[in-house]
Design a binder for this molecule. Structure first.
Ligand SMILES: Cc1cc2nc3c(=O)[nH]c(=O)nc-3n(C[C@H](O)[C@H](O)[C@H](O)COP(=O)(O)OP(=O)(O)OC[C@H]3O[C@@H](n4cnc5c(N)ncnc54)[C@H](O)[C@@H]3O)c2cc1C
Length: 446
């Protein structure tokens, strides 16, 4: 009983749950009072790695990237891992390919949003008139109040500020889809504008691209081991319900029928799974959880017989916008530098009905279009990784109405990339939500 009274259970050892545990420890909660409950065989949730049977390569479920503004995630990695495994570009630089030409979106050491102006003025994938119009939308974004734009789609906002289809698709959507996992006509202008304000318009530092140099699964496993070394109990098991009495949350029921008592529960599961665990009436915004849906991300790995790609990262408008990563180089595998590529397609709904072979062949053709060396070089291996539930889709009307970390039930808190942090569904949002949930749980000190 004594133990249960002090215990805090965190349901879910994704990055939101790992962050919650770390911030509880940092606030002085003894590790022995914290239980991290995870139902999957791995920790790290939707950012995981696996060994591919055919090739033997360790692959991520999707190539993740960060921006310089992802400070909470970077701090967490620094605190819990020996090598944070992220290399930030000194300045944002993404070569973009279209119609046989390259043009680079890059920052200069100038204050925001001027840091992007020189490269956008030279950006040859849109007409001169289009380039001049970009500044108009950027200025409108800088002074906009995101909460007033939630019911509007990002495309409607951009059109209202004079952006042609060409500029929407070749500038805003290319970048926006990668960070919001939704195309401009699918997502809330409020959340999109907020993301651009945080990530791109404030200056060159927040806009730097961070590329992972270690498999994601290794980072999560190491972070979790560090928490365990500080006394946090990591339990394998699935919660099936949060229990409560008139005083508030009392713990969770596990799939084997046992009850784990606690005075505080942090639910750090994805939105639909959290919904299934919530006691009736625990959330005033439960309707949000029923309305919101997932957006898929597609990742294709291709290994070529010889090097085909020189940069670490490049983009193309093929597949509705795709980013190509030189995974061999990023992971420090000299033998596969330029040969092992990882190609990421966000908001990949349109490929749902395609079979893996068709996807791989189409992506391979797009890569050959970008890199001449790939045209005569056979691919020795390909793998398509489909993640249908990658992130929630921040639809207009839903993007900015997310539940906060506090529930209506005393002692029950919410964390996860879907919780209202002001960030899109991403690692940084997940980590911030964990920090906020831990702070609320400590503040309530039940
Ligand atoms: C392919 C792909 C590419 C992505 N690219 C990027 C990117 O480039 N940059 C970026 O920042 N983000 C990216 N994301 C998003 C990012 O991975 C997620 O936003 C983040 O991992 C979510 O973390 P989370 O802790 O909120 O949730 P999750 O990672 O889903 O963790 C929740 C955990 O709870 C566990 N759980 C659920 N129910 C229960 C239960 N009943 N009992 C016990 N445990 C339970 C789950 O098993 C899981 O481990 C990408 C995601 C995918 C899938």
């Amino acid at each position: 009983m004594e133990q249960a009274r002090n215990r805090i259970i965190i349901v879910g050892a994704g990055w939101a749950g790992l962050s919650a545990a770390h911030h509880l420890l940092s606030a002085g909660v003894p590790g022995r009072q914290i239980v991290l409950l995870e139902r999957a065989p791995h920790v790290g949730g939707r950012a995981f790695s696996f060994a591919d049977r055919e090739s033997g390569h360790v692959l991520d479920n999707g190539q993740h990237v960060l921006l310089g503004c992802c400070t909470a995630f970077s701090r967490l990695l620094a605190a819990l891992t020996r090598d944070p495994g992220v290399r930030f570009q000194p300045l944002l630089s993404i070569p973009v390919h279209a119609d046989g030409r390259w043009s680079t979106i890059e920052s200069r050491r100038l204050p925001g949003p001027l840091h992007l102006v020189p490269s956008l003025l030279r950006y040859s994938h849109v007409s001169l008139d289009g380039r001049l119009r970009i500044a108009r939308a950027a200025l409108a974004m800088m002074s906009a109040r995101p909460e007033e734009l939630d019911s509007l789609s990002f495309r409607a906002f951009l059109e209202h500020h004079g952006q042609s289809d060409e500029v929407v698709e070749r500038v805003w959507d290319l970048v926006g889809t990668a960070i919001l996992n939704g195309h401009a006509d699918q997502i809330s202008a409020g959340l999109a504008v907020e993301a651009f304000q945080i990530g791109f318009l404030r200056g060159p530092e927040p806009a730097r691209l961070g590329l992972f140099t270690r498999p994601l699964g290794d980072l999560a496993a190491e972070a979790c081991a560090s928490l365990a070394a500080q006394g946090v109990a990591v339990h394998r098991g699935r919660a099936v319900a949060v229990t409560a009495d008139e005083g508030g949350a009392t713990g969770v029921v596990l799939a084997d029928g046992s009850h784990l008592g606690a005075s505080r529960v942090i639910l750090a599961a994805p939105h639909d799974q959290a919904r299934a665990l919530l006691p009736d009436g625990a959330l005033s915004s439960a309707a949000w959880l029923d309305q919101v849906r997932y957006s898929p991300i597609l990742n294709v790995y291709i290994e070529y017989e010889a090097p085909v790609m020189d940069p670490e990262v490049a983009a193309s408008f093929a597949m509705g916008g795709m980013f190509v990563f030189n995974r061999g180089r990023l992971l420090g595998d000299a033998e596969r530098d330029g040969r092992l590529l990882s190609i990421s397609v966000s908001a990949a709904d349109r490929y749902r009905a395609w079979d893996a072979d068709e996807i791989a062949r189409t992506v391979e053709r797009a890569v050959a279009d970008m890199f001449p060396a790939a045209r005569g070089t056979p691919a020795v291996w390909r793998k398509v990784v489909w993640q249908p539930k990658a992130t929630f889709l921040a639809q207009p009307g839903l993007g900015m109405r997310r539940p906060g970390v506090r529930s209506r039930l005393r002692g029950l808190y919410l964390a996860g990339d879907w919780v209202d942090t002001g960030w899109p569904a991403c690692l940084e949002g997940a980590v911030r939500s964990g920090e906020m949930a831990a702070a609320a749980a400590v503040e309530d000190g039940l």
